[in-house]
Design a protein around this ligand. Structure first.
Ligand SMILES: Nc1ncnc2c1ncn2[C@@H]1O[C@H](COP(=O)(O)OP(=O)(O)OP(=O)(O)O)[C@@H](O)[C@H]1O
Length: 302
């Protein structure tokens, strides 16, 4: 079970970035809804920071955090639990020398699922990319959210369900429905959560995150974030999936290899091209050379 009492995201998580008014307000509202028992759902494009924000808020609840990652093969057994393997107990009673008694007892071993543990003990769940799981599996959450019970379907357990602990809370994240590998979500499930769309990050907040993650100074981070935003505007056919991750990668490589963050530097230009060209090629009609020239032009402004 992925139980994050000390989440791995800790080094990246930064109170400075989340102190930005853009986040402060969002965090305050989310905490309010969660404390009243309402599930919160962050939805938005890839790389905008939904998971990191969800983990940050989850940790602020001061309960153990369980991370569940949505995927096509996630099963009820993983969420609820299942009987797996056998426990065998053998008692060899030879107390009276002439009498030997052997008693053997075989029972199936129960392994609790991640949702079961969280519901039972009142943990905070971050269900990341939940729309990548099959809708049938997500039906479990309808009962958890509405009836406040976790049904123990098909588990061979005597009890038909367990009650949801009053401290249990859950944060969902998802990418929009048009993303590849994403299932349509049941309206009934969406209706039971408070969905907060994260469409775009405030540029200043992005600069803060890039600077925090890579230890480059704010001016350099600003120049890199500015470059990524300029090249995103080259997209004509559809929204570019270039995200905060592109800015972080450029800053990280430049910082670690001491490349000058300077648009006239050849190596920095190559870095800008490598990180952005392929993604931009998917959303423009430009020929290869034209697109490369446009990226270099945008990079030269750094
Ligand atoms: N507040 C933050 N502080 C530091 N790094 C952050 C912060 N927010 C996001 N990041 C970094 O930005 C990148 C994208 O963040 P994250 O994975 O949370 O995005 P996401 O919206 O969940 O993306 P996806 O939809 O692809 O899962 C990650 O490398 C993450 O570590």
């Amino acid at each position: 079970m992925t139980k994050l009492t000390e989440t791995k995201a800790e080094p990246h998580e930064d109170r400075g970035v989340y102190a930005h008014p853009f986040f402060q307000n969002l965090i305050k509202r989310s905490q309010r809804y969660l404390s009243l028992g309402y599930p919160v759902h962050f939805t938005g494009p890839t790389g905008i920071g939904k998971t990191t924000l969800a983990l940050h808020i989850a940790k602020s609840r001061k309960r153990p955090v369980v991370l569940i990652s949505g995927n096509k093969s996630l099963s009820n057994a993983e969420l609820i639990g299942a009987f797996k393997g056998y426990n065998r107990k053998k008692v060899n009673d030879n107390y009276v020398r002439t009498v030997r008694k052997i008693e053997e007892n075989v029972t199936e071993g129960w392994v609790s699922g991640r949702l079961y543990e969280a519901v039972k003990n009142g943990y905070t769940v971050v269900y990341d990319e939940f729309t990548r799981s099959q809708p049938e599996v997500n039906n479990l959450f309808l009962s958890v959210l509405e009836e406040k019970i976790l049904p123990l379907y098909g588990t061979k357990r005597k009890d038909s369900h367990i009650r949801v602990h009053p401290d249990f809370s859950i944060i969902f994240t998802s990418n929009p429905a048009e993303y590849v590998g994403v299932y349509q979500t049941q309206d009934a499930l969406l209706d039971r959560m408070i969905s907060l769309p994260l469409k775009s990050l405030d540029q200043e907040a992005e600069v803060g995150i890039v600077s925090e993650r890579t230890n480059i100074d704010q001016d350099k981070a600003k120049a890199i974030v500015g470059f990524v935003h300029r090249v995103k505007d080259l997209c004509k056919n559809r929204d570019s999936s270039l995200s905060l991750r592109a800015s972080i990668m450029i800053a990280d490589v430049a910082e670690r290899y001491q490349l000058p963050i300077d648009g006239d530097d050849k190596e920095f230009q190559e870095l800008c091209l490598d990180i952005t060209y392929f993604t931009l090629d998917l959303c423009t009609d430009d020929q290869e050379e034209d697109l490369q020239n446009k990226i270099i032009e945008a990079c030269k402004k750094v």
